[in-house]
Write a protein of this length. Sequence first.
Length: 476
Amino acid sequence: METSLEIDLASFPSSEPERQYAFIDVLREMISEKRNRLGRDLTMHVETFGCQMNEKDSEKLAGILSQIGYVQTDSEEADLVLYNTCTVRENANTRVYGRVGYLGRLKKQNPDMLILLCGCMMQEEEEVEKVKKTYRFVDIVFGTHNIYMLAELLYKRLTQGKQVIDVRKEADRIVEDLPSLRKYGFKAGVNIMYGCNNFCTYCIVPYVRGRERSRNPIDIVRETKQLVKEGVREVMLLGQNVNSYGKTLEPQVSFAELIRDVAAVPGLLRVRFMTPHPKDISEDLLYEIARNPKICNHIHLPLQSGSTRILKKMNRHYTKEQFIDLTKRIREIVPDAAITTDIIIGFPGETEEDFNDTLDVIKEARFMSAFTFIYSKRHGTPAADMPDQVPEEVSADRMKRLLKTVGSTAEAEAVKLTGQTVPVLCEVYKEETGFMTGRLENNLLCHFPSEASLLGSIVNVRLTECAGFYYLGELV
Ligand code: 5AD
Ligand code: SF4
């Protein structure tokens, strides 16, 4: 779709987000004209790979596109397809290219189709080169630092008629007040900080998401209030390392203070957060969780490895014993805390003994659930050049054993709650079955007979049966 509608860019505001809203206005006219010509709505398909950060970014991107006039569709046979990519592990990249190839074939049937790639993978120079060379049909490529510019980039593509690539090395600002199209009604993510300064040696995130930047607490509370007005009952505060929140702000604000202020928003029922780093969980935070009924007693605490030797090579700044002690301290202060984790196996140099240390910690820490990953070599990270990369078949075998241990510990933890009455946030109601799906503070789900009117409220449910990773229950 090319167009001759030229505007005087010099008259556009230079401040953000005002500038983007000006582009949205112009694009809305262009899209409306095209809609009239075609006699149908123009559709968009936004797909997210990766973590909650990306999910949240996609809600903003979909918000911008929706204001321009695109209507959401589940199908990739859309007028505009946007992939928000992840690069944390190699298989995330491979998956994206397979799908982009498929989009190229769709575009042959609909030459006006627009294909956009953004997100973490696009922050890597060699990936952008690959798109330039091999995927000429991709219309726009942008990165993690300028998602707010989507409208401007789209305008550029439509008026210049050629591939637009705009990837920035660092974020120059935090742009507030972008539109958003949320995926869920009752829960929402709220960014509290961007980037990461930890440089774990396996991890590409610091390279693709830049240095740590905290949002102003006033903006965070304002966004939360707005979300509550729109019906949100639970927010998840998002950051790569939430304990570092506020260190760059003037005056400094701690994460414990921030979460208290967010929880105080009237009408909000629950607050969660993701992800803290075990090395800097503060006691203030633990006491706030214990004291504050709105903060879920759930801590996602990435272990990564249980071997002190490997943890050192990972640059994690804690030992096996310190991690175990931390889980004990958490339970002293927050007795019913559910602790979940992330684990990587097959990090370079990992021996059977190291792996057994990881199994030990799983049993001692009694994780409620764990995301488990086979180490994936990421170009440009220190671990990629470390000797003794672990052969695939060794990692695959360890993964099997890991899953067994994680499964049985998690089940033992979950079963402990059977028979108890717990508060549950009602999230989804199925008319056909008359069953409500609600979420416990520990993030597990519970199904129980109920009625639609309870959606969005917290009710007490007796957990009658534990089916591994979810419960059946009854309202009390
Ligand atoms: N290989 C495997 N897993 C990784 N993670 C991060 N980088 C890698 C990698 N190179 C995992 C970590 C992190 C989660 C989001 O992804 O466990 O906590
Ligand atoms: Fe999220 Fe990291 Fe993947 Fe980016 S690379 S989407 S920050 S998990």
